[in-house]
Ligand binder design. Structure first.
Ligand SMILES: N[C@@H](CCC(=O)N[C@@H](CS)C(=O)NCC(=O)O)C(=O)O
Length: 149
C-alpha cells in the first residue's frame, strides 16, 4: 500500500452511508475503485481496513479512513474545485449544521424497521420525521445556493 495507489472505496449497495461517499467522489470527478463488501458475510480481511467493519471506508494515499461524513469532508478538502463544501468558514459551518440536522431526521427512519408490527409506533415516528422537515429553515442555506461559492 503506497501513497500513489488508486483510491479504493469499500462500499455496499444497500448502505445509504456508503452511497453518500460514492456520490461525493462522483460529484468531485474522482477516479476510484469501488469494492463491494457483503454485509451479511463480511470478509475477514476487512477488519484490517476498518476495525469496526462498517462501510464505507476509503483507502487514500496509503491511509484507511472510515465514517461517511469524514470521507466526504476529506474529498471536499482534497478537491476544493468540486464545490462540495464552500471555502468560507461560516458557510461551511452552515452546511455542517444542515448535514447534522437532516442526518438526525433521516436516521429516525431506521426506527421504523424496529416497529413494523406496531402501527401506532410507526405513525409516531413518521410524525416526528415530518415535524423535522417542517422546521422553519429561514437561516439555512440550500445546497444549491452555496455550491458555487
Ligand atoms: N456512521 C457510519 C455508519 C455506517 C454504517 O452504519 N454502515 C452500516 C451499513 S449501512 C454497516 O456497515 N453495518 C455493518 C455492521 O454494523 O456490522 C457512517 O456514516 O459511515
Amino acid at each position: 500500500m503506497t501513497g500513489t495507489d488508486p483510491i479504493k472505496l469499500y462500499t455496499a449497495r444497500v448502505c445509504p452511508y456508503a452511497q453518500r461517499a460514492n456520490i461525493a467522489l462522483k460529484e468531485a470527478g474522482v477516479e476510484y475503485e469501488a469494492i463491494e463488501i457483503d454485509l451479511q458475510n463480511k470478509p475477514d480481511w476487512y477488519k484490517n481496513i476498518n476495525p469496526e467493519t462498517k462501510v464505507p471506508s476509503i483507502n487514500i494515499r496509503g491511509k484507511n479512513i472510515a465514517e461517511s461524513l469524514v470521507i466526504i469532508e476529506l474529498v471536499a478538502d482534497l478537491y476544493p474545485g468540486s464545490g462540495l463544501l464552500p471555502a468560507d468558514p461560516i458557510k461551511r459551518a452552515e452546511i455542517r449544521f444542515f448535514i447534522d440536522y437532516y442526518s438526525k431526521i433521516s436516521s429516525l427512519s431506521y426506527k421504523v424497521l424496529g416497529a413494523l408490527n406496531d402501527k401506532q409506533a410507526v405513525k409516531a415516528i413518521y410524525d416526528d420525521i415530518l415535524k423535522g422537515f417542517k422546521r422553519p429553515h429561514r437561516d439555512l442555506p440550500t445546497p444549491r445556493s452555496t455550491s458555487s461559492s
